[in-house]
Design a protein around this ligand. Structure first.
Ligand code: BGC
Length: 246
């Protein structure tokens, strides 16, 4: 069965049709930039453009870059403040006329890697970190999701949240080399290890694709694996969540 998964980030909105049995993307990935204002109206319009691109009718799974509880946005994240408190599922469902299931984007990515990817069969505390506009984190303990882990929100030095210092967008904004950024990311992983002592860390999001080029700069007591699904984990996990939760 093919389900449309849409991974919404602060920079891009990406969709793809996912075969729920195998977890494979069975269409081209279609990406549009997130509207500059990042507000509900403009993002809902863009969302519909993605659905229309696929000519898709059926349940849609969405990974959304904020705390999500029962479809409701619980934090502003890197989006417009109007999102907070809104029922995100309803916003997209009303716009498209389809059933929509929304989960946190990093939880979706974690779900994909646990179900189909390098996390399959891994027990203990498995932590997925997504490195994009923000830093997302999705945690599984003995195969069950602990939703809405928000490790990117840890205050650090003069930053209100550490993701302002160590995300892919921080790298871009401050024009850091991959090496300079990796030193920061290594620090973030050290803090993470001290706080929650995971058994395995899986990396996803844009900068996970570069893993082979900075792995030597990361000094972690815990195993680290890049997600084989790399940047598509969010799309796959969102579709799988829709299939599971509807
Ligand atoms: C948000 C998280 C989200 C992450 C990645 C952070 O700013 O607080 O909920 O998972 O960005 O998009």
């Amino acid at each position: 069965m093919a389900v449309l998964g849409i991974d919404i980030g602060g920079t891009g909105m990406k969709g793809g049709l996912v075969d729920i049995e195998s977890g494979e993307l069975i269409s081209e990935r279609f990406r549009l930039p997130t509207p500059k204002k990042r507000d509900p109206e403009a993002m809902a319009d863009r969302f519909k453009e993605i659905v229309d691109h696929f000519g898709y009718e059926g349940p849609i799974g969405v990974g959304f870059p904020t705390i999500i509880k029962n479809g409701i946005c619980g934090s502003q994240g890197n989006l417009h403040k109007k999102w907070k408190g809104l029922n995100v599922s309803d916003v997209f469902a009303e716009k498209t006329g389809q059933d929509v299931v929304v989960v946190n984007d990093a939880d979706a990515a974690a779900y994909a890697t646990m179900e189909y990817g390098v996390g399959k069969g891994e027990m203990g505390l498995v932590l997925m970190i997504t490195i994009g506009t923000g830093i997302g984190s999705g945690a599984f303990y003995n195969g069950a999701l602990i939703p809405n882990f928000e490790l990117g929100q840890i205050p650090y030095k003069k930053h209100k949240k550490i993701e302002e210092w160590t995300s892919a967008s921080a790298k871009e904004r401050e024009k850091l080399s991959l090496e300079e950024w990796a030193v920061r990311f290594n620090k973030f992983l050290k803090i993470t290890n001290l706080l929650i002592a995971p058994d395995l860390i899986i990396l996803g999001g844009g900068l996970s694709k570069e893993w082979d080029h900075y792995a030597h700069l990361i000094d972690s007591p815990v195993r680290i694996k890049p997600a084989a699904l790399r940047n598509n984990a969010g799309i796959v996990g969102a579709a799988a969540a829709a299939f599971r939760l509807l």
